[in-house]
Design a binder for this molecule. Structure first.
Ligand code: IMP
Ligand code: MG
Length: 179
């Protein structure tokens, strides 16, 4: 069992780099078919999705554009979470086909916020492509069109995902080990 330590915590490998790439190749192929002849705008949700997005986008064979957003969610005193925009798309997305690339969907607040914002901007379509999905925590019913892996509600790091900004560079996905 591959293990790594970050600070005082120990994580064990749950999805290898090879398995991630194999699945990403399949999804990238499906996106190529679905968006052939279209000119989608890929929306990379920073920071966590940067590696996943690179693997998907470099396999896209058509014309495309790339935009970045960075959001932070604050859990207030209420149950709804407040999302703050640190960086948002500056270009006009009206009538565009947008493809959201997200590292992980947990409660779903972040992607729900993006749906609202892009609908306000009158995009033509929204497609969601996510590396990891934790269905147990999901609070919404919007569609996740492409999901590479469904996982239990464990805390995970690696392949872009972090624990206090650490671990994004680790090639595979590692989950927190219960000691
Ligand atoms: P949501 O808005 O609850 O769906 O959460 C999405 C965001 O929470 C992700 O973009 C991640 O930044 C963060 N997140 C959720 N679960 C994990 C995890 O297991 N490891 C690292 N970050 C996570
Ligand atoms: Mg994220």
């Amino acid at each position: 069992m591959k293990e790594i330590r970050l600070g005082e915590l120990t994580f064990e490998e749950c999805i290898s780099y090879e398995a991630l790439i194999k699945k990403i190749e399949e999804i990238a192929h499906q996106i190529n078919v679905a968006f052939a002849g279209k000119r989608p705008v890929f929306i990379v949700v920073l920071k966590g999705a940067f590696l996943f997005a690179a693997e998907i986008i470099k396999r896209f064979e058509g014309e495309c554009e790339i935009e970045f957003v960075q959001l932070s969610s604050y859990q207030g005193t209420q149950t709804t979470s407040q999302i703050q925009e640190k960086l948002f798309v500056q270009s006009d997305l009206k009538d565009r086909d947008v493809i959201i690339l997200e590292d992980i969907v947990d409660t779903g607040h972040t992607v729900n916020y993006l749906f609202q914002r892009f609908n306000e901007m009158k995009v033509r379509s929204i497609t969601t492509v996510v590396l990891l999905f934790k269905p147990e925590a999901f609070k919404y019913d919007y569609p996740l069109d492409y999901v590479a892996f469904q996982i239990p509600s464990d805390f995970v790091i690696g392949f872009g995902l972090d624990y206090n900004e650490k671990g994004r560079n680790i090639p595979g996905i590692y989950k927190l080990k219960n000691i």
